[in-house]
Design a protein around this ligand. Structure first.
Ligand code: CU
Length: 204
C-alpha cells in the first residue's frame, strides 16, 4: 500500500507546481503574448447589416487553435453580443447565447441578430475557456441590423429572382461572338490567314 503523509504530499505539490513553467502561468491565468491583438475584420464599427452577416475574427501575434489544444501562445475566439461586463484575467468566459465559443478554432461565423443596434466584442480564451492575463479583448463595436432583406420572405423573393435570371439566361440566344469571326474571304489566301495569325499573336 502506498502511504503518503501530509508532509510528503505538500512536498509533492510544491515540486509539481515548480514544474509548471512559472513564466507561462501567473496567479491570474495564462500570460497573453505582449503584443497580441484581437480585432474585427468585419463588420466595421458603425456598419449597418441586413439579415444574417458574416463576422470575421482577427488575431495578431498569437495563434488560433481548438479548445483543449494546449499550444503555447494560442487560444480560441469568443464573440460577446450585447455584453457589458468586463472580462477578468484567469476567469472563465461564460457560455450562453451572448457568449459564443468558437471551440473548433473558427475564425469567422454567420451571425443572425434581431433588428436594431447591437454591440459585438471578441475575446480570445485559453485552452480551458479562461481569460488570458491580461484578458485579450477586441474593441467593442456597434452595428445596426436593418429590417429589410433579412426576412425569409425577402430571401425567398431573392432566390425566385435569381432563378428567373438563370432561366432567362438559358433561354437567351447564343451570346455575341467577342472574337472577330473568320470570314471565307479572309481565309481564302495564305496571305490573309497569315495576316489573321499576326493580328492574334501580335507579331509583325
Ligand atoms: Cu471557449
Amino acid at each position: 500500500m502506498l502511504r503518503v503523509t501530509a508532509g510528503r504530499l505538500c512536498l509533492i505539490l510544491a515540486m509539481s507546481s515548480l514544474a509548471l513553467a512559472p513564466s507561462l502561468l501567473s496567479a491570474k491565468g495564462v500570460k497573453a503574448a505582449k503584443d497580441a491583438r484581437v480585432y474585427f475584420i468585419s463588420p466595421a464599427d458603425g456598419e449597418t447589416v441586413s439579415g444574417p452577416f458574416i463576422c470575421r475574427f482577427g488575431l495578431r501575434n498569437m495563434g488560433v487553435t481548438h479548445a483543449g489544444d494546449d499550444f503555447a501562445g494560442s487560444g480560441h475566439h469568443h464573440l460577446l453580443i450585447d455584453v457589458d461586463e468586463t472580462m477578468q484575467a484567469g476567469e472563465p468566459i461564460p457560455r450562453d447565447k451572448k457568449h459564443i465559443h468558437y471551440a473548433a478554432g473558427e475564425t469567422e461565423a454567420r451571425i443572425e441578430l434581431p433588428p436594431g443596434k447591437h454591440t459585438l466584442q471578441l475575446v480570445l480564451g485559453d485552452t480551458k475557456h479562461l481569460n488570458f492575463d491580461p484578458p485579450l479583448v477586441s474593441e467593442k463595436i456597434m452595428i445596426t441590423v436593418g429590417k429589410s432583406n433579412g426576412s425569409d420572405e425577402a430571401r425567398a423573393t431573392r432566390s425566385t429572382n435569381e432563378r428567373r435570371r438563370i432561366l432567362e439566361r438559358a433561354a437567351a440566344p447564343e451570346p455575341l461572338q467577342l472574337q472577330p469571326a473568320v470570314t471565307p474571304e479572309m481565309t481564302k489566301s495564305p496571305e490573309s490567314s497569315d495576316f489573321i495569325s499576326r493580328v492574334f499573336t501580335g507579331s509583325k
